[in-house]
Design a protein around this ligand. Structure first.
Ligand code: DGL
Length: 223
């Protein structure tokens, strides 16, 4: 495989969520060609079996390699936690991935309480258990699974009453517990950051790691 500048960077997610990462990549690396796969036929991934998601990640990676990509970005926390080690073991190009930004949140919280919003599959993973063990000694980490939320984004219901009601249900316990920092641990959720901000108020920090992922990708390409 020849790594020429014109080769695209492959980016994928279960659906449209990874476009939040694609936007950050576009800003960081405006000259690169980007190829995006939304696995919409199988979205959402969040409540699916880990083996099934890992198989989808393998199939999409194979497809992207056939398109001669020079790097792959797994723009999906759920796919990352179930498949990243396996993908990296065989994939011949760099694989950059996204995981919940628990570390930066734990370093910046003032109340010492952070809330993590993600899919059930992500929160049940050994990766998140490890992140909590590594960064949860001084802070309280509240894990909030958000079933149904990615579906609202897939339906483009970014501001509907149903989406607000769902978010209220998920955010209220975190806010009442004193969380001052919310980690968006699913790439669909940045599209709801307007509503999240509205509910959480101006004092609460909302952390989306998309820009950090785009910078990591830029470093890998420079290497
Ligand atoms: N956007 C994905 C994530 O970051 C997947 C959401 C889903 O398909 O359930 O986890």
């Amino acid at each position: 495989m020849t790594l020429v500048r014109e080769s695209p960077i492959g980016v994928f997610d279960s659906g449209v969520g990874g476009l939040s990462v694609l936007l950050a990549i576009r800003q960081e690396l405006p000259a690169e060609n980007l190829l995006y796969v939304a696995d919409s036929g199988y979205a959402p991934y969040g409540d699916r079996d880990a083996d099934f998601i890992a198989e989808r990640a393998t199939k999409i990676t194979e497809f992207l390699l056939q398109a001669d990509v020079k790097a792959i970005v797994v723009a999906c926390n759920t796919a990352t936690v179930v498949s990243i080690a396996k993908l990296r073991a065989w994939c011949p190009v760099p694989v950059v991935a996204i995981e919940p930004a628990i570390k930066p949140a734990s370093l910046s919280t003032r109340t010492g309480i952070i809330g993590v919003l993600a899919t059930r599959q992500t929160l049940a993973s050994p990766s998140v258990a490890r992140l909590c063990a590594d960064h949860g000694e001084q802070v309280q980490i509240l894990l909030q699974a958000c079933p149904g939320l990615a579906e609202q984004v897939e339906k483009a219901e970014l501001n509907s009453a149903a989406t607000r009601a769902l978010l209220l249900r998920y955010l209220e316990p975190l806010l009442q517990a004193g969380a001052d920092t919310l980690v968006l641990g699913c790439t669909h959720y940045p599209f709801l950051s307007g509503l999240i901000r509205d509910i959480a108020g101006p004092e609460v920090a909302i952390i989306d790691p998309a820009t950090a992922v785009a910078r990591q990708l830029a470093r890998r390409l420079a290497d």
